[in-house]
Design a protein around this ligand. Sequence first.
Ligand code: ATR
Length: 286
Amino acid sequence: MSKINIGTKILGLTGYPLEHSLSPLLHNQALKDLSLNYVYLPLPVKPDDLEDGIKAVRALDIRGLNVTIPYKEKVIPYLDKLESLAEEIGAVNTIVNDNGKLTGYNTDCSGFKRMLEEDGSFNIAGKKAIIIGAGGASRAVGTALASGGIDEIYLLNRTRERAENLVQDWQKNYPAIIVQYSPLIPEYYLPLCEKADLIVDTTPVGMNPETDVPPVIEKGSFHSGQLVVDLVYNPQETTILKAAKEKGAETLNGLGMLLYQAADAFKLWTGYEPDLVKWRSAVNNC
Ligand code: ATR
């Protein structure tokens, strides 16, 4: 971290809880490398305090925030403005504070797309995908796939109503794509997994510290020729990725998405590009 003085600007991450996050490590390293007079802090906010937490961003002149589980949708009513992609997605993972006006952005969508293309060598057009979970991360993933020309999306979620809202939104924005809800029950989802080229788990299942849990869908869901992505990156290999690998599928954790979404957020706050090579070695060494 650069030396803190009266001119130091504040950036941070909010969510609850925050134990899993590598964002402070990444952003503070880039700020130091670029000699920018900012500090990036973990700023956990309990669920009942979210509105006050966002008011504090204005009061304390915090330049920007990342937003993580479980606030990517819940934070929206407390912002002044949404950038158009964040508005379409219905979720925010980055807030920029311009003289007290808070604008919500979504850099998860471009981060996910870049990870699929660059790290997973996956071409979205014409494919069929399963998305598990219907929160803010799922919203960004669905929009990335739909705007990338996917043919079909099957959305698996525990809570039917939340998933059906999402299905409606995607169907409205991308009428040419087939979007279907399935409950998280094997007899419903297994035939869909059979057809899927891509499976993306957007739930926190398997995330540190609760790593020793069964995958959110069963092992019979996976087959060779498929790419299975878990947005969790801590641990780097969750139980869903282990199971997918055992069945011969390709796997990818969420590290690439973490780096790419963070790079876009960093640029929005500071105007500078971080060094992704240094970031990759930092996460591999921690
Ligand atoms: P984010 O905004 O980061 O995506 P979120 O809004 O809390 O976080 O959404 C997390 C998603 O993971 C939700 O869809 C949640 O399911 P519900 O809609 O039924 O709440 C899903 N999820 C969380 N824990 C889960 C678990 N143990 N099993 C299955 N799904 C889970």
